[in-house]
Design a protein around this ligand. Structure first.
Ligand code: F6R
Length: 594
């Protein structure tokens, strides 16, 4: 993963690079660094830790051009030596890299045999030495020749002593240019540029650009091309915490707005079949949802919902496990869910889907992200930038998107019309639940002392058991497992006892009697049980230790409320435990590696 930023202009580069780096810190934060070229050498400052560690760098740093990096370790442990930027032997060249170089061991050996000496264990350092070998004063030519030797993925930014600019290039890792006034920038993601400019150019695979303060030149397949300039829709103010202690809480609270915005213009009371922001395409005979992590849980919810409203066969797959045989998916829509639009496993699965003959749609939150180029069409969610590493509001936007998709393909019916009414009611129901946050905080105070937890549900709420467990693991560092309630007795029962609380989602739906049976069986084994139930449920409290109430909703919409309750619970436990909620250890928001 990793985040990169580059600047060249009239201002001091260092503070601009650091502010940009903070905006891409969600991509990794185990170490960081900056390089500024001078006439004879490139000065490199780097350290272990997140971007704020660089604030302590001594005064006297000067330069109007530079590159910066925040790392999520792939090859080589997090350490100062492995932090980027990496330099060549002469310290005249420095590079930052996001991606993976598959053939780096062979290249390293070749370069070492030629006398190059290495200072790190990373794959990235070979890029600096390859450029050094090719460099005769023409940095663009050296980068072109050096990258021709690379196998794998890369977004790189390169500076050289005496060169008043930056050379950047990408292949299978994201890179966007920012066009400013007398200054130009590049970064892994547009938010890093927003403080300086909203005018951006998204690079394609194989693009190389030379940035100077007054100009940007772009080469594609060796030929110079015009820049396609776009305006970023997001505002820099959306990237602030707006008074919340953490981005995660802010983003949870934004969900009523996110539902409204993602629904806007898509549903009407006169036609229950949703309108989609994708071009009309031949109706499919089968639908497949794919995604990773939280996005997979949205895919799975899509599968459950779809099968309730449409007779079409539908499946959900973890993207990394999706491997259809060529030619087997004709007349199939493959809907790929990815908030970042950069997840390598998902993009790889899309390629396989297309080889198998499918028509592919991306559901993503990030404009011009890699996934949008890999699919036939795009459904942009309207969640706004999500900064916290844990996905919350984008998960909600994905739920809205998959429901709309199903309601687009479903046959007209009165049941469908009823769902339209409920869709419109959901923003205020989610808001009511958020307003009742204090009941969740009280529950968090009870549960925070446990090390293990189970979450159970049936039917369309099973993905919420999985998603709730994922949130508890990633932000509260609590070992939690989600199960279909019926499965618990087939093995996990052996672990139940006084110290293994169980959260049981039991909305009043067709599954309720069986959930009640499961709860009684669990109680009989001594485990404390908390039920998440509709507000009007008066029965459950007789059988469980605690009830967390959610607003009454159509049973197919209970997952939306259950997930908000579990997001708030995970957040509250993490807060009580004093954890780094927005940047959990070992994680990154954008997973661009396999
Ligand atoms: C968990 C989380 C991850 C992502 C997963 C896929 O909160 O954020 O599990 O859902 O890495 O990411 P995207 O949606 O960007 O493809």
């Amino acid at each position: 993963m990793c985040g990169i930023v580059a600047y060249t202009g009239a201002q001091e580069a260092y503070p601009i690079l650091l502010r940009g780096l903070k905006r891409v810190e969600y991509r990794g934060y185990d170490s960081c660094g900056v390089a500024l070229p001078h006439s004879e050498r490139v000065q490199v400052y780097k350290d272990l830790g997140a971007v704020d560690t660089l604030k302590g760098t001594p005064d006297g740093i000067q330069g109007n051009t530079g590159i910066a990096h925040t790392r999520w370790a792939t090859v080589g442990e997090p350490s100062q030596a492995n932090a980027h930027p990496h330099s060549d032997c002469t310290r005249r060249i420095a590079i930052v890299h996001n991606g993976d170089i598959d053939n780096f061991l062979d290249l390293k050996q070749e370069l070492q045999d030629q006398g190059h000496s290495f200072s790190s264990q990373t794959d990235s350092e070979v890029i600096a030495h390859l450029i050094e070998r090719e460099y005769d004063g023409d940095l663009k030519a050296a980068v072109t020749k050096a990258t021709a030797r690379l196998e794998g993925s890369y977004a790189i930014a390169v500076v050289a002593a005496g060169f008043p600019g930056v050379v950047v290039m990408r292949k299978d890792s994201p890179l966007v240019l920012g066009l400013g006034n007398g200054e130009n920038l590049a970064a892994s993601d547009a938010p890093a540029l927003l403080e300086r400019t909203k005018r951006v150019v998204y690079l394609e695979d194989g693009d190389l650009a030379v940035l100077r303060p007054e100009s940007v030149e772009l080469w594609r397949n060796g030929a110079q091309v015009e820049l396609t300039v776009q305006e970023v829709a997001w505002n820099v103010t959306e990237l602030d915490r707006a008074g919340y202690p953490h981005f995660m809480l802010k983003e949870i609270h934004e969900q009523p707005r996110v539902i409204r915005d993602t629904l806007a213009g898509r549903i009407s009371l006169t036609d229950p079949r949703a309108t989609l922001p994708i071009a009309a395409h031949k109706a499919p005979s089968r639908v497949i949802f794919i995604g990773c992590g939280t996005s997979y849980h949205a895919a799975l919810t899509g599968q459950y919902f779809f099968s309730q409203v449409s007779p079409l066969p539908v499946n959900a797959y973890v993207a990394s496990e999706f491997d259809p045989a060529p030619g087997t998916l004709r007349d199939t829509w493959v809907v790929a869910l990815s908030q970042s639009g950069e997840t390598a496993d998902t993009i790889n699965a899309i390629r396989k889907a297309r080889t198998a003959g499918a028509w592919t749609v991306a559901v993503t939150n990030v404009m011009s992200s890699s996934i949008t180029r890999a699919t036939d069409d795009v459904f942009y969610m309207q969640a706004g930038p999500e900064v916290s590493v844990a996905a919350t509001k984008t998960f909600m936007a994905q739920l809205v998107a998959v429901y709309l998709l199903a309601m687009h393909l479903a046959p007209r019916s009165t049941a469908l019309a009823e769902l339209v009414g409920e869709l419109r009611a959901m923003p205020s129901k989610v808001q009511r639940l958020i307003n009742a946050e204090s009941q969740i905080k009280a529950l968090a105070a009870k549960l925070t002392r446990y090390d293990h937890m189970f979450l159970i549900a049936r039917g369309i709420n099973v993905p919420m058991a999985l998603e709730g467990a994922l949130k508890l693991k990633e932000v509260a560092y609590l070992h939690a497992e989600g199960f279909a309630a019926g499965e618990l007795k087939h093995g996990p029962f052996a672990l139940l006892g006084l110290n293994t609380p169980v959260i049981a989602m039991a909305p009043h739906d067709g599954q309720y009697p069986r959930m009640l049976t499961a709860i009684k069986e669990i109680k009989a084994r001594g485990a404390p049980v908390t039920a998440i139930a509709f507000q009007d449920d008066t029965e459950l409290e007789r059988f469980v230790d605690d009830v967390l109430h959610i607003p009454v909703a159509h049973p197919l919409f209970a997952p939306w409320l259950n997930t908000v309750a579990l997001q708030l619970l995970s957040y509250s436990i993490a807060e009580l435990r004093g954890l780094p909620i927005d940047k959990p250890r070992h994680l990154a928001k954008s997973v661009t590696v396999f």
